[in-house]
Design a protein around this ligand. Structure first.
Ligand SMILES: O=C(O)[C@H](O)[C@@H](O)[C@H](O)[C@H](O)COP(=O)(O)O
Length: 260
């Protein structure tokens, strides 16, 4: 697993703009070298802020939207179209404005979909969809995501992996159902740490004073059960994108030299 690299931007807006520019370049490079790209989106304000910044970027359409696979790191288990669903918010922020191939937009199941309110069945179905898109040669159970985005909660949760709850302890399955999540709504579907760690690159987004303690805990050697963000590592790269407020409690030794 790759060692976390930190980039600190002056404020939340600059972090969203810089992260969007970084993601555009990553997708364009992946498409140039392999013909397509695969990105896992995250919910939350920072995740949606990045999508909104990307929507407004003059370089936006350097991306060949028809050759981009989009997946989700987690989803609130609510009815289709519910404004609280991560996919609903992603559509509003960006997806409805760009010519994606609908077959390549892999939303997690809704609670009024084919699995009804059975969140475990919904999670198993998404795991199957991921496995179906994986590369059989390397016996993977998820596609080789180019970038997996994660917002970081103030309690160090990522996706819907909350400290000490069963989902963060999962070592085999790639997708599980979550009950009793401390962040509403309580029922969710989430990738697990093994699935997250299959990504080439994992980018963690943390902006705002309310993330300062979480960033300091996750980056100072805490275990992944107590601090799930600490276990979110990419195969080739783990990148923390912070603003100054979220970086304010980091030990100086961790603070990158050239950052704002
Ligand atoms: O479904 C969700 O709520 C998200 O996927 C969750 O993991 C989010 O990314 C973090 O809670 C950070 O959210 P903020 O960026 O809004 O603080």
């Amino acid at each position: 697993m790759s060692t976390p690299q930190l980039v600190v931007h002056h404020d939340k807006e600059l972090m969203a703009q810089a992260a969007a520019a970084r993601l555009i370049t990553k997708i364009v490079d992946a498409q140039a070298s392999r013909g397509s790209a695969s990105v896992v989106l995250t919910g939350g304000r920072n995740g949606n802020g990045l999508l909104a910044a990307l929507a407004g970027s003059p370089a936006r359409d350097a991306i060949d939207w028809g050759r981009l696979d989009l997946w989700w790191g987690d989803e609130r288990f609510l009815p289709e179209g519910d404004p609280e669903r991560n996919v609903t918010q992603a559509r509003e922020a960006l997806l409805d404005a760009v010519p994606l191939d609908p077959k390549r937009v892999h939303a997690m199941p809704a609670s009024d979909g084919p699995h009804g309110t059975d969140v475990e069945a919904a999670a198993a179905a998404y795991a199957e969809e991921l496995a179906g898109a994986a590369n059989p040669e390397n016996h993977a159970s998820v596609p080789s995501f180019d970038v997996l985005l994660l917002g970081v909660g103030p309690d160090t949760h990522v996706a819907s992996l909350f400290p000490e709850l069963p989902a963060v302890r999962e070592t085999e399955r790639t997708v599980v159902g979550v009950h009793g999540a401390p962040k509403p709504p309580p029922t969710r579907v989430t990738l697990t740490l093994p699935a997250i760690r299959a990504a080439r690159e994992v980018w963690l987004l943390a902006a705002g004073e309310d993330k300062a303690q979480a960033a300091a805990i996750a980056l100072s050697g805490a275990g992944e059960i107590q601090a799930p963000a600490a276990g979110a590592r990419g195969r080739a790269r783990t990148l923390w994108l912070l603003d100054s407020a979220a970086a304010s409690q980091l030990p100086r030794s961790l603070y990158p030299p050239a950052s704002a």
